[in-house]
Design a protein around this ligand. Structure first.
Ligand code: RUB
Length: 311
């Protein structure tokens, strides 16, 4: 697959969800590196830019590319080998992190639990499936997740393994929240101050959960934590097309549409973030960025040099 086709798959959401996007980008970078014959650095920088311009919100894409672009070497062959190794390391990080999160997260789910989830998070689903696999009786409320209906994917994936699922419209969350034992969602980005950026509507779910005193849990690999937010950058919230929300007749009448794809849930609404290094409070986000992503004492200027290809 060529680079532009791969980028279009992410942009059009054929490949979607923060973990899957990151893993796919790593595979594409690796494939591209294997094809480059000359100007390796420039070519890989161009590939990084094209992939990074597809979807702005999930930091997993940035972290994947940043990890891979730290390749070393003198000759083109050395550089290629180093990049390919790093891409493969990142891919196995994605896979092993999700397995570990499932093991850790499963312990936070009691037998007989009713879990509410929003959108379609492969990481949250891995936890739910694990709880089911170890013999817990689980029921899930899945929101539709308008306007792209990712909740239908969630409902299908859970039913396929025999888990009880009830689909609800997004606006029914407050109505059903008192029947729920916990909320479990995924993450596109976790900021340095522990806020969660996830599919639009997540913050409303969190608000309902807090009011009803229902634990709100997030399943997120450490590559969902954002180093850039440590240096003051705000997470860019993707705004998608009006056509995803409104029929043509309304648009032709001049009805304006806002279609933000993600929103921000402040850390005070989050009980725990289940990562591959443990079930941590959101207040630990800074340490994850510092220790796990390697941004130890790095200055903003150094970060910018390191990530020059993202500007
Ligand atoms: C997907 C979404 C998911 C996170 C986490 O949004 O918000 O909750 O990406 O998913 P979209 P995962 O469908 O717009 O990409 O746990 O699979 O990384």
């Amino acid at each position: 697959m060529d680079l532009l086709t791969a980028a279009e798959k992410i942009r059009s959401m054929e490949i979607r969800g923060a973990s899957r996007i990151a893993k796919f980008a790593a595979e594409v970078m690796k494939e591209h590196a294997l094809k480059v014959r000359e100007n390796f650095d420039e070519e890989m920088l161009r590939a990084s830019q094209i992939l990074l311009n597809t979807r702005p919100t999930a930091v997993s894409l940035f972290n994947a590319i940043n990890y891979i672009m730290r390749y070393r070497g003198e000759s083109i062959e050395e550089k290629r080998e180093s990049l390919v190794n790093r891409a493969e390391e990142f891919i196995s990080w994605v896979e092993s992190a999700q397995r570990r999160i499932a093991e850790i997260g499963e312990k936070r789910i009691k037998d007989g639990s009713k879990i509410l989830t929003h959108c379609n998070s492969s990481t949250a689903i891995a936890v739910i499936k694990k709880a089911h696999d170890v013999g817990k009786r689980i029921e899930v409320f899945a929101t539709e997740s308008r306007p792209r209906w990712q909740g239908h994917i969630t409902a299908k994936q859970l039913r396929e393994v025999g888990i009880e699922v009830t689909l609800i419209v997004d606006s029914a969350v407050r109505h059903v929240i008192s029947e729920v034992d916990c909320v479990l969602v995924g993450a596109d980005t976790i900021t340095a101050n522990g806020a969660l950026v996830n599919k639009i509507g997540t913050s409303q779910v969190a608000l309902c959960a807090k009011e009803a005193r229902v634990p709100f849990m997030v399943a997120a690999e450490t590559f969902k934590f954002s180093p850039k937010t440590l240096f003051g950058d705000l997470v860019q919230i993707e705004e998608r097309s009006a056509e995803e929300v409104a029929p043509k007749e309304l648009l032709e009448l001049g009805v304006k549409v806002r279609n933000p794809a993600f929103d921000v849930t402040p850390r005070s609404y989050i009980d725990v973030i289940i990562t591959e290094i443990g079930a941590i409070p959101p207040e630990m986000a800074y340490f994850v960025i510092k220790e796990r992503l390697g941004y130890t004492g790095i200055t903003e200027e150094e970060l910018r040099i390191d990530t020059r290809h993202y500007d």
